[in-house]
Ligand binder design. Structure first.
Ligand code: AMP
Length: 221
């Protein structure tokens, strides 16, 4: 299964992609995470990306496309693209490259979320500085404040999750990424889900939209 997840910042794509990739053995490719890693390690790519990310702007298409294509060429099985494509030129480049590799997309899933709910989610968002596990101080807090349940690492807030930058990211999203719904609808690849609600509930909707087998009920469910 080769998937693209679409939706505004705060729609929960990253959380769902992590879960879905674990459950179905897919490789999770999150362009934002790759850029953050490169910024943290001060690589050449990180130096290019940082100035755009700080403002909430998009990194230029050619830089992102090159980075993603290099990754995809190394992936053998299925994958989930999270945060890519974000513009029509990126989607066209992806389509051309996957055609060359004879591995076309299975679906593009659009996550619907109201802006106020997304902003609330983003402002509570934290992640482990060590292993990257995501949390939300309001909706999904760690057992001990500021400490990762998985590895004990320190929880941090993303620099671009500040309110001003979030607003800019929404604006950029509206202009650049919204047209992708039309792009994938035309190719009959678009699925749409309601991304509001508990993580488990959204995960179920996501799997239903992809005709994946129903999740087995957890004890007590
Ligand atoms: P994200 O974690 O997906 O919200 O991405 C964080 C930031 O990384 C974005 O605000 C952009 O600056 C940059 N970025 C991530 N993916 C892309 C992309 N596909 N195209 C351009 N910039 C991107």
């Amino acid at each position: 299964m080769r998937l693209v997840l679409l939706g505004p910042p705060g729609a929960g794509k990253g959380t769902q992609a992590k879960e879905l990739s674990k459950r179905h053995g897919l490789v999770h490719v999150a362009t934002g995470d790759i850029f953050r890693w490169n910024v943290k390690h001060e690589t050449e790519l990180g130096k290019i990306a940082q100035s755009y990310m700080e403002k909430g702007d998009l990194v230029p298409d050619d830089v992102v496309v090159r980075m993603v294509v290099e990754r995809l060429e190394r992936i053998e099985g299925g994958f989930i693209l999270d945060g890519f494509p974000r513009t029509v030129p990126q989607a066209v480049a992806l389509e051309e490259n996957l055609e060359k590799l004879e591995r076309p997309l299975t679906a593009a899933v659009y996550f619907h979320i109201e802006e106020e709910i997304a902003v609330k989610r983003i402002s509570g968002r934290r992640s482990c500085s060590n292993c990257g596990t995501p949390y939300n101080v309001e909706f999904d807090p760690p057992r001990v404040e500021g400490v990762c349940d998985v590895c004990g690492g320190e929880l941090v807030q993303r620099a671009d999750d500040r309110e001003e930058t979030v607003r800019r990211r929404f604006e950029v999203y509206e202009q650049s990424t919204t047209p992708l719904r039309h792009f994938y609808a035309e190719r009959d690849l678009l699925r749409e889900i309601d991304a509001d609600g508990e993580g488990e509930e959204v995960a179920r909707r996501l799997e239903d939209s992809l005709d994946l087998p129903a999740r087995s009920a957890a004890p007590g469910e």
